[in-house]
Design a protein around this ligand. Structure first.
Ligand code: URA
Length: 207
């Protein structure tokens, strides 16, 4: 089953176009990365459970809600950090785990250099943050590491996805929904997404 969920919003399209523009500098790139991340993360968390509670307004009692505090963000280092900052602003009580993967430039195969997940992760709702879904290797590796810890409810938030990565994930992990602002055309020989937006981490961190 294809679990790709394309998030639609005029502001998302507007800000994504600014991210794509090669003339956008680091300052504007960061600003619009925040807007794009906010919209995608809000959409990717709309299934999370809530509790009903009563609230007393200045005028009367009414029905209110509070979210179950069971959300864990897993940014894929390094570019996932960009989305984590926004995610933590929206959900400051959520915990975070980290996975550091480095792509071998010639093979594009992901190599793990760091991993730390919070305790009790198996009963939590996991949202992986990985802005660029290219080959899908990093995301597949992260999902496998989380499933090895017994997690069952995993979603991923990306900004741009390539058909090659989407297919890999649909074949290997059809139970994991992937939220993205765009599905682009293809991967070039360097495994960069075309048209894409270039190297997300380099543009966000100004490297
Ligand atoms: N990672 C990026 O930052 N950009 C791509 O095009 C592919 C992977």
């Amino acid at each position: 089953m294809n679990q790709i969920r394309i998030v639609e919003h005029p502001l998302l399209k507007h800000s994504l176009s600014i991210l794509r523009d090669k003339n956008t500098g680091t300052e504007d790139f960061c600003r619009h990365a925040v807007i794009v991340s906010q919209i995608i993360i809000i959409e990717a968390t709309k299934h999370l459970p809530m509790h009903e509670k009563s609230v007393i307004t200045p005028l009367s009692d009414t029905q209110g809600y509070s979210m179950e505090k069971s959300l864990v963000f897993i940014p894929v280092l390094r570019s996932g950090i960009a989305m984590l900052l926004t995610a933590k602003e929206l959900f400051p009580w959520a915990s975070a785990g980290f996975i550091g993967l480095e792509r071998n430039e010639s093979t594009a195969v992901a190599h793990e250099y760091y991993k730390k997940f919070p305790p009790g992760i198996q009963d939590k709702h996991i949202l992986i943050l990985d802005p660029m879904l290219a080959t899908g290797g990093s995301l597949a590796y992260t999902i496998s590491a989380l499933k090895n810890k017994g997690t069952k409810d995993i979603s991923a938030a990306c900004i741009v996805a390539a058909p090659e990565g989407i297919k890999l994930l649909a074949d290997k992990y059809p139970d994991v929904p992937i939220y993205t602002a765009a599905v682009d055309s293809y991967l070039n020989n360097e495994k960069c997404i075309v048209p894409g937006l270039g190297d997300f981490g380099d543009r966000y961190f100004g490297t």
